[in-house]
Design a protein around this ligand. Structure first.
Ligand code: GRG
Length: 308
């Protein structure tokens, strides 16, 4: 990469400070790399067969976070200033573009390159679709025929978050030599996991302990986000007083209490559990190497448990 662009990319991975001095900041949980390596192992291959897939999805993940932070105007990520805050918006867009190009190049050079690039580009189309719907949700009303329904949320979350999780596992399987049915099953499992992950994130955004989540208390309610617990509560016949409370955002604690009273919290928990069960059912649909399948199940558990 161009050295300046490379520095921004390295900064986004937590490898350096602004100016290039080495750093050991958080580079994220590494969930997608783990899924790619386990995908390869689940096909009976060695984990390193999945590494080009792990690298490519992590590059795309970093790219999408970088651009997402610009779109949302978020100033911190993983406990440090976002790339656009540290380097400026134009340079940050460019760094994202470079990460994207490197992701495609990585897969194009891998065995099964054309098929792998195709899996990745399908996931990218879905990512854009999910992000577009999420941006549009902010412009929609709380009530009436134009309101966002829980089904639309599911589709958004599957695209925005599930597509890349599914792609990670599917790429690993493809690179590990798995048959098409297994590649497809791992993709499905990742997609369900993505919806569960987003719903859990929503629950934590309202009821999570800020010292654990690192997010401000009731942040999503202050920002008037269309999260799953809110949408489920709005579907209740007794939801009348909720919409004005959400719109004013002046008393998020009262809104959180009403959402819970209207069943939004329990509906979201039930949804997360349903999605986890569907992810596990997808894994059970095809023959997978037993130890890797067990680790995939543990990873799913770890991701959705996150202190609920
Ligand atoms: C990729 C072509 C293309 C376009 C990008 C900006 C955009 C379109 C999409 C945004 C997608 C996005 C930011 C989804 C959120 C995904 C998500 C759950 C992020 C958090 O993932 P973690 O918790 O993060 O795995 P860490 O920090 O652990 O890596």
């Amino acid at each position: 990469m161009h050295p300046w662009v490379g520095e921004m990319a390295a900064y986004s991975f937590g490898w350096c400070e602004v100016g290039g001095a080495p750093a050991a900041a958080s580079g994220g949980k590494g969930v997608r790399q783990a899924l790619a390596v386990l995908g390869a192992e689940s096909a009976g291959a060695r984990g390193h067969a999945g590494v080009p897939g792990a690298v490519a999805v992590e590059l795309v993940h970093a790219f999408s976070l970088l651009h997402d932070d610009i779109m949302d105007g978020d100033t911190t990520r993983r406990g440090r200033p976002t790339v656009w805050q540290a380097y400026g918006t134009g340079p940050a867009v460019l760094a994202g573009d470079a990460l994207f190009a490197l992701a495609v190049e990585t897969l194009a050079m891998a065995p099964a390159g054309p098929q792998a690039v195709r899996l990745l580009s399908e996931a990218l189309q879905d990512l854009v679709r999910g992000q577009a719907d999420d941006l549009l949700f902010a412009t929609r009303p709380w009530t009436g025929p134009e309101r966002v329904r829980p089904d639309e949320y599911r589709a958004m979350a599957e695209h925005k978050t599930g597509s890349l999780l599914g792609c990670a596992a599917a790429l690993g399987a493809l690179l590990g030599g798995a048959p098409p049915a297994s590649v497809a099953a791992l993709d499905r499992a990742g997609r369900h996991l993505g919806v569960a992950f987003q719903v859990v994130d929503d629950l934590l955004g309202i009821w999570g302990d800020p010292t654990v989540t690192g997010k401000p208390v009731h942040g999503d309610l202050r920002e008037r986000k269309k999260t799953f617990p809110v949408l489920a509560a709005l579907d209740s016949p007794a939801a009348g007083p909720l919409a004005p409370l959400l719109e004013s955002a002046a008393d998020p604690a009262a809104a959180a209490a009403l959402i819970e009273e209207l069943g939004g919290r329990s509906a979201a928990l039930a949804e997360a559990r349903r999605q986890v069960a569907a992810a596990e059912a997808a894994l059970a649909d095809v023959p997978l190497e037993a130890r890797a399948a067990g680790e995939l199940r543990s990873l799913i558990d770890f991701l959705v448990r996150r202190d609920l």
